[in-house]
Design a protein around this ligand. Structure first.
Ligand code: ADP
Length: 276
């Protein structure tokens, strides 16, 4: 049984039905051991993905402040070969970005063949923060679900494997993490009064996330709700979902590698025969 349910749009979800404390009955040590094995498997699969050069992998990370986007990237993607793996972070759009459609800056960062790209925030901000803070008229952000679905379909049809994760923490856990930041000088750099203010909009964000997931979950670009109160479980669950999504391609990538190998061998042989 997988740790996470893959949302493909068949049934609408409510976030209250997902327990942020969920840990599948594991303890931290068991979780970390399992993560180590999954990391090794992911590294192996990344090498095949890269060498075969047939698919791209796009991982979208979304979540409220302190939900652990950075920590997830460090833990799950840290062991990967940086040659074929990059992170794209999306912040408040610049003037130039705002002068374009909302997907313009996103499309420039999508992964090429053989690559894995992690979006730290994404095009979903344009139906989340933009909606909650009324940065665009209702009509504008509402029309974006369709654009997002069309965009993700285009990526999927261009051989992009897409996974989207919502890191699900409770309001109490967020308060605990914000208070910890204020006590630890090494975390001072993360302090932001804005994070405390955003908490006033907790329920608005819940609705915005639920709508985004219900409108934009498809079999080719599924959402996963990741219980994220326990950091070790969050890392384990994300790693497992990524590994499970890549495994079905292994045979195809191996076939492709064999083809590449045979072609090169023939070329070398022809070259050597010409030499004699
Ligand atoms: P993070 O919180 O991801 O570590 P920052 O503290 O720099 O990084 O926050 C980035 C900010 O940019 C967030 O408040 C986010 O809501 C905002 N943002 C991202 N995309 C958009 C967008 N399209 N429109 C408005 N704000 C955005």
């Amino acid at each position: 049984m997988a740790y996470l349910q893959k949302l493909t749009g068949a049934q609408p979800i409510k976030l209250r039905d997902f327990d942020p404390e969920f840990d599948a009955g594991l303890n931290k040590q068991q979780g970390e051991e399992k993560l180590q094995k999954l990391s090794a498997e992911l590294t192996r699969l990344q090498e095949l993905l890269y060498a075969a050069g047939q698919h791209s992998v796009l991982i979208v990370l979304q979540g409220r402040d302190t939900s652990g986007k950075d920590g997830t990237i460090r833990s799950v993607m840290g062991p990967l070969n940086s040659l074929g793996c990059q992170v794209a972070s999306f912040k408040v759009p610049t003037e130039k970005e705002q002068a374009h459609d909302f997907l313009w800056r996103i499309h420039q960062q999508t992964p090429g063949k053989g690559e894995i790209t992690i979006f730290n925030r994404s095009h979903y901000e344009d139906v989340l923060v933009v909606r909650v803070h009324k940065l665009a008229p209702d009509k504008v952000w509402r029309s974006r679900y369709v654009h997002i679905n069309d965009f993700e379909k285009l990526l999927a049809e261009s051989n992009t494997i897409i996974l989207k994760f919502y890191l699900h923490i409770s309001k109490d856990e967020q308060e605990k993490r914000l208070l910890e930041r204020a006590e630890d000088p090494e975390k001072y750099w993360k302090l932001s009064a804005g994070d405390w203010k955003e908490r006033e909009h907790w329920n608005d964000y819940t609705r915005a996330y639920e709508d985004a997931m219900n409108q934009c979950s498809t079999p080719h670009a599924p959402w996963y709700v990741v219980p994220a109160n326990k950091k070790w479980f969050r890392n384990l669950a994300v790693a497992e979902a990524v590994v499970k999504s890549l495994q079905p391609y292994e045979r195809q990538w191996r076939r492709q590698l064999e083809k590449i190998g045979l072609k090169e061998k023939a070329a070398i042989e022809a070259y050597r025969q010409n030499q004699t």
